[in-house]
Design a binder for this molecule. Structure first.
Ligand code: PRP
Length: 181
């Protein structure tokens, strides 16, 4: 979906060109850091799919991909961050150089759970690359090695990020209008 007026959107935060440029830079960094190795990109469904495929195409060393799906919900006291794996990886990661690929890191609770879980499976290395980082919402601080953009504390859509499962296919990232009361 190309740029144009979309209902509910306040403004474009990152254009298609800015995103492409930044992904090239991060992919170059990854290609340097993992020189001589094969990097296994693990995407967390569904939001990261768009970023993962764009990133993978710009990486210049051998790449493997795999995906996992999670469900997260609040516990009985209403606290967020109870996470479980709903769709596991297809393959083992023992001995692999694993790069977790996220569309966004908010509270950090999803990532903390995933890093704890995957580190127990014996990868050779385990690091994180996120498209967007909304650091102002952090509750825990799992290590994030690569990030494309820091974003303000606003609801954003596009390039994988959804509102009620819509808008993931926007070629840009946009801020949603604040709801009027
Ligand atoms: C997003 C994102 C992370 C999680 C980050 O997924 O992909 O997995 O939220 O949030 P946290 O840092 O607060 O734990 P989402 O639940 O929106 O699912 P989706 O990718 O299918 O849209």
């Amino acid at each position: 979906m190309s740029e144009g007026p979309v209902p509910g959107i306040e403004r474009v935060l990152f254009t298609e060109e800015q995103i492409d440029q930044r992904i090239r830079e991060v992919a170059a960094e990854i290609s340097r850091d993992y020189q001589g190795k094969t990097v296994k990109l693990i995407g967390v469904l569904k939001g990261s799919v768009f970023f993962l495929t764009a990133l993978a195409r710009r990486i210049e060393i051998p790449v493997k991909i795999d995906f996992l799906g999670i469900s997260s919900f609040s516990n009985r006291s209403g606290a967020p961050g109870v996470v479980r794996i709903a769709k596991d990886l297809d393959d083992a990661i023992e001995g692999d150089d694993v790069l977790m690929v996220e569309d966004i890191v908010d509270t950090g609770l999803t990532l903390r759970y995933l890093l704890q879980t995957l580190s127990g499976r014996g990868p050779n290395s385990l690091a994180v690359c996120t498209f967007l980082d909304r650091n102002s919402r952090r509750i825990v601080q799992p290590p994030v090695r690569y990030r494309c953009f820091e974003i303000p504390d606003r609801f954003v859509v596009g390039f994988g990020l959804d509102y009620n499962q819509l808008y993931r296919n926007l070629n840009y990232v946009a801020v949603m209008e604040r709801k009027r009361s």
